[in-house]
Design a protein around this ligand. Sequence first.
Ligand code: SAH
Length: 254
Amino acid sequence: MSGSLVIVGLGPGAPDYLTPSASRALADATDLIGYSVYLDRIPVTGAAQTRHATPNRVELDRSRHALQLAAAGRHVAVVSGGDPGVFAMAAAVFEAIEAGDPAWRALDIRVEPGVTAMLAAAAEVGAPLGGDFCAISLSDNLKSWATIEKRLNAAADGDFVIAFYNPASSARPHQIGLAFDLLRAKKAPDTVVLLVRNAKMPDVSVITTTLADVDPALVDMRTLVIVGASATRLLARDGKAPWVYTPRAERDKV
Ligand code: SAH
């Protein structure tokens, strides 16, 4: 019997942001595998479906388990928040394939994209990613802090808008503060900073501030941080939070 494996992006949280294609992939699976927080977001359909909840941070074990089940003929869906290709499970599955049983390369494997956190966060405030931007994960579980510093400096030198994933956790509370310090040395104090927590979820919160004023203590692991480029600006509105956007056209600033 030939099995299959699909790596599914659940989007930022609210069910409306799950694509119809991803939704069908979840419904068709015999086995759902993922971090329990993400599995809990998927409604139980009543179909005969096995759920394999795993703790966070065991991505390679989870990937190998999924590949073994698919090789045994099951139809497996591995779930990720947001997009599975952005700091998430899709790359972990391909790492497991690269290092694993050569037979896994013949499996029917597919990736179902999802709305990633930086797009959901940007949509909460306007169009801050309207010009060139980059995404940096601040987690140093899988890379060194020296590498992160090098990329922060390059992003600042290039005047990119920067989207920070994994900006802080209880084990790493200080890194976003260090990142702001480093950027302050290169960017204007009035550079726009956005702290978007739980984007596209019912309890979303948005803080619009500046590099000079931002309080790193307000950033946690449910927050996506956006640091603007020099052109990123606010559009004031009466009685409402300003829109934030980055114009498409640029004069030579770099
Ligand atoms: N694959 C995911 C990202 C995984 S990294 C995606 O594409 O979105 C986890 C980080 O994503 C979190 O620490 C946080 O920075 C960000 N994140 C995920 N969902 C979010 C949401 N709804 N609102 C704000 N940030 C979110």
